[in-house]
Design a protein around this ligand. Structure first.
Ligand code: 0A1
Ligand code: ZN
Length: 863
């Protein structure tokens, strides 16, 4: 007999890029009316709809978990509508109509944090990508642009502040302690940019005068107690506004720009038109609670969201396959901005480190996808390092190919051509070609081919001629077994081994074929190759440069990124050999680090980056089969020897930064960074006084960078100061959620053998909760990138993560799905670990009632 009772849920529908069709109906005007209440919010929508094209298809309005209370067409109540897969379907006879709907929603019960939800007593919205359909019935797709008027009323005591997109129009009081406000946004926008916030908030107010002399009122809205922590974000906002005018000619276009900070948020922040909503971790900062890294991240995210006003809002995306059109470009813009605020070189190093830590693994695993994907089940799974960070690298390469002036001409053309439109990646590339006067035909492969290209470089020298042989391959990725060669802009320069001077100018080699040979004449002495300077192409480079040449470049290259890179390569080569052979000669690394550490011409922030060993995960990425224990031993041993052999240099670096009082400046930040790096090496050396030094730094710090830096060192150790510091930190900050996240993370990143037990205990701590995404990421997210802890041979790390994912999926599928990828790396591990990782993934896939978010990630990860 046929088993018709099969319980297997139908696999979610796959959406394909090539299935794009223009919308059947447009919505030029939208009026929304909210009667706000945490448990019972009534939403009335009035849509002016216009038939688009010659067809007789009905109007389909997307809805997710909505039930219509009332529907009317042109002022008359109708009942002949139907519901199909959540959509409200209404047959219409004319060319234009006015559609009114009414629904009720319960923000307090919305644990997904998509749509209208409650966070710490506030009501706020998150609509990107498909959250608006959880608020009201609407064609929830980015190519339907509408002008919005929003009226809301609410209890005045609970929700004294009522904000929405655009400009405030009117407000007033109502009977029964309620009040109302109306906002109007003159710019047509897709519904993913809609936002509303209601709550008991106070504003840090300021203003900005634009390049044409218009005054814009700025407000950063937070709980009253947090007001003193908003000055840094406000300064960053004003800097961003001025920078976008100077660098891209982009002026802000409304009279008001508001930002709201909320405690519960799935991502970093959201660029809603005129009303950005932020995860509070990217707004709130003071020296006592935020690290220098937090300060930098705040400035970067404030800039990112602000820059979206042009790259994303004025020119938006036609469909979600074009996501990198706004995200890759905007990340590139925020990276440029941050580079301009401090050291460009250090910013580039940080960005490349992020790319290698999060995007390269994605590109070489089961979830690899091009920056313009071909298909998805759940779009929120595609807010990835590939779309964002690789997308930014691709825009950066266009910038490199065009040069700054032509790039500016091309972006001007792009904004002028597509202002007010929903555009595609192809539109962007075309504008770059037309504005820059170049042919980017082959370059377009970067949009369609996934995988990180590998480049082999070999330099030979004969007489006065240097020959650079280049070979590129692009690895196979899921669904893309065969690849074509890409266009790779490689910045190259040669240095003289004897003269220690450059032998030629920097040139950009455009590698377009699988193999090529570049000839450079007039090279009279043995040349040393500096290649992919500034990380001009996002590739993995293999070269035959030995330890001596890498050490030379780490000391003499004139490109600071290339110096850093040479040092990293030297360290990686040494560590990979140590893992393979059980030992390696540490001498060249130690001497190169000594040279950098004692080079008076270098600034502290650069030194701190350059002397850091590559992470265990990155070392693993270089190996066919990752052996976490051997990597850990090799890295610890090199670290210890660096600590011992250079002890006096570390002490010197530590002491020279010790006396500084807190100040937020590039020089002071660099000094603090180097201080904590030096402390880490002293602890690794086994120096008797290291734990006391760390505890003294912890207890005496006047800022969070020093305090957390010391805590990180103590947490890895065994001294009695460890427990004391963990407890003191908790006691001091237990009422500050953002700092408590650091407390969880510091322990989750511990390098001790008992980290799994500690993480399990922390997951039962009264302050651990699945309801807050930051807290989940602080513990489970951080632990999953702690290679030695997470990949403990007993497999308990995998089981722990699977348990969290399954439990969280019931509340917040988006955040749960983001935790899956570390399990998908099973192919890279030995069979015993791989088996346990697959079992964890299978248990997730088999969990009853699984969301499509987690199903997509886990089933693709099983491969
Ligand atoms: N567009 C935002 C990212 C973002 C995406 C989805 C969200 O929904 C939960 C929230 C934010 C950005 O790039 O900053
Ligand atoms: Zn963005």
């Amino acid at each position: 007999m046929l088993d018709i009772q099969s319980t297997a849920a139908a696999a979610p529908q796959v959406i394909r890029r090539d299935a794009y069709r223009e919308p059947d109906w447009l919505v030029p005007e939208t009026a929304l009316d909210f009667r706000l209440d945490s448990l019972q919010t009534r939403v009335k929508a009035r849509l002016t709809v216009v038939r688009h094209g010659d067809h007789d298809r009905p109007l389909r309005l997307d809805g997710d978990s909505l039930t219509p209370v009332a529907v009317s067409v042109d002022g008359r109540a109708v009942t002949d509508w139907t519901m199909e897969d959540g959509q409200l379907v209404i047959a219409l006879s004319g060319v234009d109509h006015v559609i009114e709907t009414e629904v009720e929603i319960a923000p307090e019960l919305n644990t997904q944090l998509m749509g209208l939800y409650a966070s710490g007593g506030l009501l706020c919205t998150q609509c990107e990508a498909e959250g608006f359909r959880r608020i009201t019935f609407f064609p929830d797709r980015p190519d339907v642009l509408s002008r919005y008027t929003v009226r809301m009323d609410a209890d005045k005591a609970r929700y004294p502040v009522l904000l929405a997109n655009g400009d405030p129009i009117a407000s007033g009081d109502l009977p029964d302690g309620r009040h109302w406000a109306e906002w109007h946004d003159p710019f047509p926008k897709p519904c993913y940019l809609f936002a509303l916030v209601a709550g008991d908030l106070e504003a840090n107010r300021d203003s900005f005068v634009t390049m044409t002399g218009r005054k814009v009122d700025l407000g950063i809205w937070v709980r009253a107690a947090d007001l003193p922590k908003t000055d840094h974000a406000m300064a960053a906002l004003k800097l961003s506004m001025a920078w976008d005018e100077a660098m891209y000619g982009r002026e802000y276009d409304l009279d008001v720009f508001n930002i709201v900070a909320v405690a519960d948020f799935n991502f970093g922040a959201m660029e809603n038109k005129g009303l950005n909503v932020f995860n509070s971790r990217y707004i709130l900062a003071d020296p006592d609670t935020a690290t220098d890294m937090d300060y930098d991240a705040i400035a970067g995210v404030v800039a990112h969201e602000y820059f979206h006003n042009w790259s994303g809002n004025r020119v938006t995306c036609r469909d979600w396959f074009q996501l990198s059109l706004k995200e890759g470009f905007t990340v590139f813009r925020d990276q440029q901005f941050s580079g301009d605020q401090g050291s460009k070189a250090v910013k580039r190093i940080e960005d490349v480190r992020t790319l290698r830590a999060s995007q390269f693994p994605e590109d070489s695993g089961p979830l690899a996808h091009p920056i313009r994907p071909e298909s998805y089940m759940e779009i929120s799974n595609f807010y990835t390092a590939t779309i964002y960070n690789k997308g930014a690298e691709i825009v950066r390469m266009i910038h490199t190919i065009l040069g700054p002036e032509k790039f500016r001409a091309a972006t001007d053309l792009y904004f002028a051509r597509h202002d007010g439109e929903a555009a595609t990646c192809e539109d962007f590339v075309k504008a770059m070609e037309d504005g820059g006067g170049v042919d980017l035909s082959q370059f377009r492969l970067w949009y369609s081919q996934a995988g990180t290209p590998r480049v082999k470089a070999a330099l030979s020298h004969d007489g006065a001629t240097a020959r650079l042989k280049l070979e590129q391959t692009v690895p196979a990725t899921p669904g893309q077994p065969e690849k074509q060669p890409m266009l790779l802009p490689l910045k190259v320069r040669l240095f003289g081994a004897q003269s220690e001077a450059p032998l030629c100018d920097e040139r950009i080699v455009m590698l377009s074929a699988a193999n090529d040979e570049i000839v450079i004449e007039g090279i009279e002495e043995r040349p040393i190759l500096s290649i992919n300077r500034g990380f001009s192409a996002p590739v993995v480079l293999e070269s035959d440069r030995g330890a001596a040449d890498l050490a030379f470049l780490s000391a003499h290259d004139d490109d600071p990124f290339a110096r850093y890179e040479a040092m990293q390569q030297l360290m990686v080569d040494t560590l990979v050999r140590a893992v393979a052979e059980g030992m390696a000669d540490h001498g060249p690394v130690i001497e190169a680090v000594r040279g950098t550490l004692t080079d008076k011409a270098l600034d502290a922030s650069f030194i701190a980056e350059a002397v850091l060993l590559p992470s265990e995960a990155f070392i693993g990425d270089q190996m066919l089969v990752v052996d976490p224990d051997a990597i850990n031993r090799a890295r610890d041993s090199l670290r210890a020897e660096l600590g011992v052999k250079l002890e006096s240099a570390w002490r010197g670096a530590y002491d020279s930064a010790q006396a500084n009082r807190f100040e937020y400046s590039p020089a002071a930040k660099g000094a603090r960074r180097l201080k904590s790096v030096a402390l880490g090496y002293l602890a690794a050396s086994g120096a008797k006084d290291a734990a006391d030094l760390a505890y003294a730094q912890f207890a005496g710090a006047d800022n969070m960078t020093d305090r957390q830096g010391a805590l990180g060192v103590l947490v890895n150790g065994t001294s009695g100061n460890r427990a004391k510091a963990i407890e003191a930190f908790y006691d001091r900050y237990q009422d500050n959620a953002l700092v408590l996240d650091k407390w969880f993370t510091s322990q989750a990143l511990s390098t001790r053998a008992d980290v799994m037990d500690e993480v399990l205990a922390l997951s039962s701590h009264p302050d651990f909760t699945l309801a807050n995404p930051n807290r989940v990421r602080a513990l489970a997210g951080a632990f999953s990138v702690n290679q030695r802890g997470f990949h403990g041979a007993d497999g308990r790390g995998y089981a722990f993560l699977a348990d969290i994912i399954i439990a969280l999926d019931k509340l917040n599928p988006q955040t749960a799905a983001k935790l899956v990828p570390p399990l998908g790396r099973w192919r890279r591990f030995d069979e015993r670990r791989a088996e346990k990782m697959r079992a964890a993934l299978q248990r997730i896939v088999d969990a009853p009632g699984l969301s499509k978010d987690v199903f997509e990630q886990a089933s693709k990860s099983l491969g």
